[in-house]
Write a protein that binds this ligand. Structure first.
Ligand code: C2G
Length: 132
């Protein structure tokens, strides 16, 4: 069994998230998604609209996702890879190179981001609609 893992906040779920989850799952048999806790988002200077529990529930409903675990720190990835016997680590290429240290433990793949969508774009566009 080929296990794939990816990490993120996955707030205000959109087709860019779905594109990477679909491609990540297609690389193996079992996809684990580590989603950032609300506390870790503070460290990432991100404020999610949906709580960790609700983002977890939403991701667990996606056909490509087999398991959701919490991402609490920047430093947990090597332990995660070992603990879950991960074969492939996948991230969008906005992270290109940032996680190459994992190459000692598993395959590292950066996939092209989906152009034209992001959680912050959704928030900005909605703000414009509300405020003319
Ligand atoms: N993504 C994408 N295309 C977009 C938007 C996001 O491919 N248009 C990808 C990102 O590259 C990332 C994943 O979707 O791989 C989740 O994106 P975010 O929720 O924004 O995650 P991020 O804040 O980058 O957190 O330890 C890693 C961090 O937790 C990653």
């Amino acid at each position: 069994m080929t296990t794939v893992i990816t990490y993120g906040t996955f707030d205000l779920l959109h087709y860019g998230h779905i594109n990477i989850l679909r491609r990540a799952k297609a690389m193996g048999d079992y996809l684990i998604v580590a989603i950032s806790t609300d506390e870790f988002n503070k460290i990432k200077n991100k404020e999610a609209y949906h709580s960790y529990e609700n983002r977890k529930m939403i991701l667990e409903a996606i056909r490509y996702v087999d398991e959701v675990i919490p991402e609490k720190t920047w430093g947990q990835k090597i332990d995660d890879v070992k603990k879950h016997d991960v074969d492939i680590f996948v991230m969008g290429d906005d992270w290109q190179g940032k996680f190459d240290f994992l190459k000692d433990y598993c395959e590292v793949v950066y996939l092209p981001r989906t152009i034209g969508i992001s959680t912050s774009k959704i928030k900005d566009d909605l703000f414009k609609v509300q405020n003319g």
